[in-house]
Design a binder for this molecule. Structure first.
Ligand code: FES
Ligand code: FES
Length: 159
């Protein structure tokens, strides 16, 4: 019989203290959805290939479907739900809306969080840098031209 190991993790989630009892094999995506009802990160490929499950851990984008929740102990985790300030959306969210950087929206939280990491590291990214950063995020609706425009606009650039 296989024994399930459990532990308690304490971390900051969207700016607030969070505690969760987890099995050590559980992923961050599972814990975010089950324990915190945060559904912005979605499972699509489940293999680290599509970016739909992206969350930021200490400002770095991770694939929530592969990242063990145990590693989030003591870290600062941000999901798309944590970007807005009250009723004011984050400028990157505004930019995706203004530039129609999505169609069905399934991939959008992942793109937005990856864009956040990108612009924090490269406030004025080149087109190649944007493409490179977002290359791990897949959009089945192929909204790529509008996503590129949205990212550029969020950086204050013309599409
Ligand atoms: S669901 Fe995690 S990368 Fe695709
Ligand atoms: S907008 Fe539909 S998957 Fe990207």
């Amino acid at each position: 019989m296989t024994e399930t190991h459990r532990r308690t993790i304490r971390f900051k989630l969207n700016g607030r203290p969070a505690v969760s009892e987890i099995a050590t094999h559980e992923t961050l995506l599972e814990v975010l959805r089950r324990d915190f009802s945060l559904f912005g990160a979605r499972e699509s490929c489940g293999q680290g290939l599509c970016g739909c499950c992206t969350a930021l851990v200490d400002g770095i984008a991770v694939s929530g479907c592969l990242y063990l929740a145990a590693y989030a102990d003591g870290a600062e985790v941000t999901t798309v739900e944590g970007l807005a300030s009250g009723s004011r959306l984050h400028p990157i969210q505004e930019s995706f809306i203004a530039n129609c950087g999505f169609q069905c929206g399934f991939c959008t939280p992942g793109f937005i969080l990856m864009t956040k990491e990108l612009l924090e590291r490269h406030p004025q990214p080149t087109t190649d840098e944007i493409r490179h950063y977002l290359s791990g995020n897949l959009c089945r609706c192929a909204a790529y031209p509008d996503i590129l425009r949205a990212v550029k606009a969020a950086a204050g650039q013309k599409g």
